[in-house]
Every structure is written in C-alpha cells, then in structure tokens.
Ligand binder design. Structure first.
Ligand code: 26V
Length: 813
C-alpha cells in the first residue's frame, strides 16, 4: 500500500491516543505495540472486506484448511512486509523516538502447534493469500499454546504458555457468528412420510465462538481469514438454582466443563493418547467450522447439489477426519439429501494429507467412547464402514477376509481415523516423494491398490518471505542487490545467484553476512545463558522436536567422541565447533527428556573444560518456537537432518536452513532427498542407512546392536561413557537411553549409523576449512532453495487437489 512517513506518523499518534488515551512519551512498549497493531488492522480492514466481497460476488470456490494446529508465531513484521510498509513504519517510528525492533519483541508467539505439522499450516495460510487463492484456516483458539520449556538442573520443565494475558491484537471476536456444537444425548428415529429421520436429543450444547485473524497476501491486496474457535458457556448452562442455593462453586462447574474444551493444546506429536477431551476438541472445531461454511455457502444462493463446486475442505492429518461424518450429517439430516448424493458431495469436497508413518501416532478411538460422545456421528461412521466393507467384499470376491478386516474403519472396537479419512476423501497425499512412495507401497498399500488415483505427492514448502525476508534481512538485501527483487514473489529466481558461485567478492560478502548473524546469536546466547561461543567456529544446529527417530542422541554421541579425541590430543588441528540444540520433548516421553538431560550434561562438562582450548562448545537453547528459530536459522553453518531413513515424512526445518545458506548434513530421508536433487550431491553431506536397508533390517531381524557395540571400540567407548561415571551425573541417569540402544536393539539404528555419521562430520570440517569451497556450497544452497517455497506447494494443491484457479484481486489501497 502507499503510505508516506508523515501520513504514518499522523495515523500512529492518533492510534496511540485512541488505544491508550495517553501522551506518546508516557506509553509503555506494550501500549505502543498495541496501537501499531490496531492501526495495521485499520489498514488491513479495507482490503479484507473487499476480498470477501469479491469472493461473494464472483462465487469463487473457497478452500477451508482444517487443522488442529496453526503455529503462526508473530504477525507484526510479516504484516508490515506484506503490506510493503516496513521501511516507512520503521522510519516513522524512529522519528517518534520508538524502535520497531523493541515493539516487535513485545509481541508474543502464537504457538498453537507442536511442530512441523502446525508450522506447515501457518506457512500454507500465508501462501494461499500470497498466491491469491481463496483459502481460509479453521482451527482451535487454545487458551494455552504449546508449553513453555525451561531447563532446570539440565532437565526440561514445562510451564503454561499463557499467550493471551496481554490480549491478542490481531484477532476479531465474532460472537454474532457463534454456533452450537452438540455432544452426548441420544438419537431418536422416526418416519416422516416414507423417509426415516434422525433426531439428536437430550444433548449437551456447547457454544463455539469464532475469532478471526486476517491473513495478508504479499503485495496483492488479498486478505484471507484464519478462523479459530473457542468454547464458551451458553447463558442457560449457568446453574442459577445451584447458585442461589449458595453452591457457588458447583454452579460454575458446568461452565468450566465447557470451557475446558479449548483450554489446552495437547503437547504430543508422535503418540496418540486416546483422551476423551481430545476427541471433543476434534469434533468441536470440525462441527463449528462446517456449520459456518454452510452459512457462507447459503448466502451464495446456489443449489446444494453444487456444494462441491464451490467448497473444498482439506484435513491436515487425521485430527479433523470427523469432517467426513459431520458433512454427511448436515447433508443428510439438515439438507435432506439421500445417502448417495451426500456421499458424492462429501468425498468430492474433502482431501486429506498424511504427515507420519509412525504407527504410535495413528489416531484411533474406542467405538463406545465415540458412540457416547457423538451418537449420530458414530451411526454415520458405522454406515460408512458397512458400505465400505460391502464394496471390499465385492472387490476381493469374499476371499480375503483378513485383508478386509485390516482395512475396515472399525476394527476390534476401535475407529481408525486414517481409514475414515482415506475412504471419505478424493485425494490422499504424502508430504515428500519418499514419504508418498512409502505410503503407496507399505503403510497404505492395500488402500493404494483399490484407490490408485486418490494417492499423490505434495512435497512440503516454507514461507520464504518469513524465513528469508523477515528472518535474514541482511542476506535479503544483498541478494536483492545482486539479482533484483523478483525472488520475493517468485523465489525460483534465486537460481540467478548461481552465476556468482565462483565470485570471490560475493563469497566474501555472504561469509560476512553469515558471520554477523553468528555474532548476533552468540551475543543472544551469552546474555541468556552466560556461555561464550566463538562466531568463527562452525555453528552446527539441530533444532526440532526431540524424538528418538530424529536422533539427537546420535549427534551428542558424536560430540562425545570429538571431545575424547581432543582430550587425548588438545593440539588436534580441527576447526572449532559449536553444537547448538533446541527442541521440546513431549512431557510424557521419558526417553526424549533424558536425551535433553544428556545434552545439557555433556554441554556442562565440555563448556567448563578449559583444556580443550575452546575448540568445542555445546549449547541447548530452551523453548524452541518460531521466534527462536528465526534467530537461530540465519546463523547456522550446518543443518542436522539425521533421522533414521524412512521415518521423517518430510521435514521443513531442512528447507529453512538451506534457504539461509547452511549445509545440510543428512540421511536420505524425507525432503532431504529432494534437497539433494536440487543442490547436487557435492553440495550436501550424506551418510547412513537408506530406507530400503532399514526396511530390510526390520524384516529379517538381522541387526544386532549389542554385537556391533561389542565389536566396535569407537561405539563402545561413547556408549559406556553414558553409564560408567565419566559424565557428571548419577550412574543410572542415562541407563534408559543405553537400554534403548542395547537391550531393545536400537530401533532407530543410532549405533549402526554412528561411524558413517562421524565420517560425514569429518568431511564437514574439511570443507569448512576451504572457505571458497564452503561458500560455494552455501551459495548453491541458497540459490536452489526457491523451489521449496510454500507458494509453489500451494499452487499444486490448488490446481490438482482443490480444483481452484488463482485470481489476483485488482483492488488497490
Ligand atoms: C500427531 C499427534 C498424534 C496424536 C496426539 C496429538 C498429535 C499431534 C500432532 C501430531 C502430528 C505428528 C505428525 C507431524 O507433525 N508430522 C510432521 O509433519 C511435518 C509437516 O508435514 C513434516 O515435515 C514432518 O516430517 C512430520 O514429522
């Protein structure tokens, strides 16, 4: 938008008065931030209203992205960038004696997600707006986001994330758009003429109130909506009788039992607990979302039979899979359609993304639990299952009972959500090429055989405008100086950088930018933790959820081995290294928490050992989230993507690091393979087992971790050090980790890949010493990262799954 510095200052002074009723010099940073937020909302408001008006008038097909998680982080800087008023606002504030950086620090992260899946949803929201696709998010407004992680005595300790204490300036509460979601009760059937009808009666009603956040596209006037639902009490739920009898507390109990639905985000990302409250959350937002979609659809005045020509619904993993029976319920019970028509509409509308093959994370619910909580929905699932089994019997000619049993939606008293999602949608996609292949040939093979055309791949992508433009402004400016600003809208243009691959001036400039980012991070780490790190050392980072399959313990075992070498020979000539870890463990995942304790224990020992002459440092940065990632990633030299091959569906951190010029140290897993294909094998450092080898070991059981440990001194040394008193920790402290490696035969092949990983680390050291070589690799990574922009991923979803055409809006502010 067009805005001059003086116009901005005038608007801002008025906004300060309006929001805080104080003189500008008396205001706190929070008041200044809020005033700026309100002013931005004002600027955005016109565009938003106009976008909605255009969608309505043109009957544009809308897509709704249903996700339990949206890990959006902060909005301020991104909104400034997308409105292209960043510099104007920064200057205007400066003239008023206010630092934009300080205000940006005031904003708290909206951390409504666990990890990759939630962050992907946030990147997709930006990409839909930026590519002019009418796409909206639908999710839950959790009062508490993912817990705050603190490290106390080296252990992870969880604290509540009360992100709403200072209010959230970006959202609009829309009480007039509240809907009712029904739980429990029973279903009565009756005849209406000659049709059988169903009435859900004696239910508990919960009021779902939407909070809308505008999602701005980049310089294209498009503003879509992220709608998050909050459970609130209905007036008549309040028990006046109890209250007036003096039972104050119990009078509020019912209110509490309703509001608890949206109190917390479940902090697991790889383990399904099967808790009733989680099932409530899933139905709550799906039902509210679909009801509100119907309200919008009805305003179009189009016949219901054409519903799927105007609406697409995407489910992010199986968490919103109840969208299938809920859409059926509305079409059958409220719209009066027959089953076949309702089913055709439902399956044409819904599409599903699978994000993991880890069987522990596959959702299933006890049928009895679902029947009590959602009686009508469960009836519909029963019928979907019955019909599906009938069709399978036909396909398999009644011969393959076992296969039919395994594919059923309801099996052994459990409702399998992945099966429901596959049967109820027209598209099932994986998130990287290898992942999709594994789905087709292994995990979901039986489904692929009967529905081959449903399966497709959509490799993940990232919001390059956040991870490059916002997170790394110096690199962005420099790149712009070299190749122009075309990459901001069309990031594939970053490839133009390749012509500077051997240009020493460019290499040096890129080195200096990285160095400055490293100095900034070093300063941050010193202020936070008192640990001094050397910005000339290799910054090697592993930042992601802590999980055995992601193998942070492989990384720290290598650190131990390096330490041993330095202790044996303090003059060993290696480039100094700093290993930086960050990530949260699920609170109930004991071994992952012990891995954190192991990292912090090793860090304490190494950082306090002066004999190794500062050649090695280890840091664990607490509370990894979008903001911390944005500080860390621009300062990385090495990006650790070392999951057991086949286990990481895609990874998206790998793409963010690459885009900021880090060299990927990787197994051939997830999107690492596609990164390798882009940059070429010379610009990535690979090691470890391949997926087929992993599968073979699982199949023939020929891997013997204990034998490997006994026959490989390098492995034995570091594993023993975890439990032989070498580490300053109680002797039994790390026994559970050693047990997983030896007694339980190292499920994730940490020991098997150890030597290959150490070799790869040695290569990293050699390459880094050759500065022109290293900078050439780094530049190649930046140049080839454009294909991983979420803009391209979303365009593929839109054209091949949602059947939506892009239509840029021409409204100007
Ligand atoms: C799973 C579960 C299991 C039940 C309990 C609650 C819960 C919450 C979240 C999840 C999601 C786990 C799946 C996930 O995050 N997958 C990651 O998705 C990324 C985006 O596609 C991908 O890059 C990562 O490789 C994949 O691990």
């Amino acid at each position: 938008m067009k805005l001059s510095v003086s116009e901005f200052k005038e608007d801002y002074i008025a906004a300060i008065k309006g929001t805080s009723a104080r003189q500008i010099e008396d205001t706190t940073p929070l008041e200044r931030y809020n005033a700026l937020g309100e002013l931005m909302k004002d600027y955005i408001g016109n565009l938003w209203a106009n976008t909605n008006k255009t969608y309505r008038e043109e009957h544009s097909k809308q897509v709704y992205y249903f996700s339990m998680e949206f890990l959006t982080g902060k909005f301020l800087e991104n909104n400034l960038t997308n409105l292209s008023i960043y510099d104007v606002v920064e200057q205007g504030l400066k003239e008023l004696g206010i630092s934009l950086d300080v205000l940006a620090e005031v904003e708290v992260d909206q951390g409504l997600g666990n990890g990759g899946l939630g962050r992907l949803a946030a990147c997709f929201m930006d990409a839909m707006s930026s590519t002019s696709i009418p796409g909206h998010g639908c999710g839950i407004r959790y009062k508490n986001g993912l817990f705050e992680q603190r490290i106390i005595d080296g252990y992870q300790v969880e604290f509540p994330d009360r992100w709403l204490v200072n209010n959230n300036v970006w959202e609009y509460k829309r009480p007039n758009k509240a809907v009712i979601v029904k739980f429990n009760g029973r279903v009565d059937t009756y005849m209406d003429g000659d049709t059988l009808k169903f009435a859900h009666v004696d239910y508990d009603a919960v009021r779902a109130v939407p909070y809308d956040t505008p999602i701005l596209g980049f310089e294209n006037n498009t503003v879509n909506t992220l709608r998050l639902w909050s459970a609130e009490e209905i007036d008549d739920i309040f028990d006046f009788e109890n209250f007036s009898r003096g039972n104050y507390l119990s009078a509020f109990e019912k209110k509490h039992s309703v509001e608890i639905i949206t109190q917390i985000l479940y902090p697991n990302d790889a383990y399904e607990e099967g808790k009733l409250l989680r099932l409530k959350q899933e139905y709550f937002f799906v039902s509210a979302g679909i009801q509100s979609i119907f309200t919008t659809f009805k305003k179009m005045g189009v016949p219901i039979e054409q519903f799927s020509e105007h609406i697409a619904m995407h489910i992010n993993d199986t968490h919103p899979a109840l969208a299938v029976p809920e859409l059926m319920r509305i079409l059958l019970d409220e719209e009066g359609l027959d089953w076949d028509m309702a089913w055709k509409i439902t399956t044409s509308c819904i599409s599903y993304t699978n994000h993991t093959i880890m069987s522990e994370a596959l959702e299933k619910w006890p049928h009895f639990m679902m029947r009590d909580l959602l009686p009508r929905i469960t009836m519909i699932i029963d019928e979907i299952n019955r019909r599906f089994i009938e069709s399978l019997k036909y396909v398999y000619l009644y011969t393959d009972e076992e296969k039919i049993h395994n594919m059923a939606i309801i099996k052994d008293g459990m409702v399998k959500m992945a099966h429901l999602a596959i049967v109820g949608s027209h598209s099932v996609n994986g998130v990287a090429k290898l992942h999709t292949e594994i789905l087709k040939t292994k995990e979901l093979k039986d489904f692929y055989n009967i529905y081959p055309t449903k399966f497709n791949n959509k490799t993940n992508g990232i919001m390059h405008r956040h991870w490059l433009l916002n997170a790394n402004p110096d690199l962005t400016d420099y790149v712009e100086g070299l190749i122009g600003d075309g990459f901001k809208k069309n990031p594939i243009v970053l490839r133009d950088l390749l012509k500077y691959r051997d240009d020493k001036v460019v290499q040096n400039a890129l080195f200096d930018i990285k160095h400055k980012n490293k100095e900034n991070l070093a300063k941050f780490i010193y202020e936070k933790q008192g640990v001094k790190i050397d910005p000339y050392s290799i910054f090697d980072m592993q930042a992601k959820r802590i999980h055995e399959y992601k193998r942070q313990h492989l990384n720290i075992l290598h650190v131990l081995s390096l330490y041993n070498k330095l202790k044996a020979n303090p003059n060993l000539d290696i480039p100094p290294r700093t290993f930086i870890f960050a990530g949260k463990s699920a609170p109930s995942y004991y071994v992952a928490k012990q891995i954190i304790k192991l990292i912090t224990t090793v860090a304490d020992m190494i950082n306090n050992d002066t004999s190794i002459k500062n050649k090695l440092k280890v840091v664990f940065l607490p509370n990894y989230g979008v903001s911390l990632a944005s500080k860390m990633i621009p300062a990385a030299d090495v990006s650790e993507q070392i999951s057991t091959a086949s286990k990481e569906a895609s990874g998206t951190g790998n793409m963010k690091f690459m885009m900021n010029g880090a060299i990927t140290l990787a197994t051939l897993d997830g999107a690492n393979i596609e990164i390798m294909n882009e940059v070429g094998e010379n610009n990535i450092v690979l090691f470890g087992l391949k997926d087929q080898e992993v599968f073979k070991y699982y199949q023939d059981g020929s891997y013997n971790a204990y034998e490997l440990y006994n026959t490989t001194p390098a492995i034995k040394q570091v594993v023993d050090q975890l439990v032989n008193g070498f580490l300053p920790a109680a002797k039994e402290e790390f026994a559970p980790i050693v047990d997983r490696l030896l007694r339980f035969n190292d499920e994730f092949f940490v020991l098997k890949d150890f030597e290959s990983y150490c070799d790869a680390q040695e290569r990293i050291g050699l390459y880094y010493r050759d500065k022109p070589h290293w900078m050439k690799m780094s530049l190649t990574n930046i140049a080839c990262s454009g294909v991983f922009s979420a803009d391209y991923t979303i365009e593929k979803y839109a054209s091949s799954i949602w059947n939506i055409n892009r239509k840029p809006l021409d409204f100007k502010l």
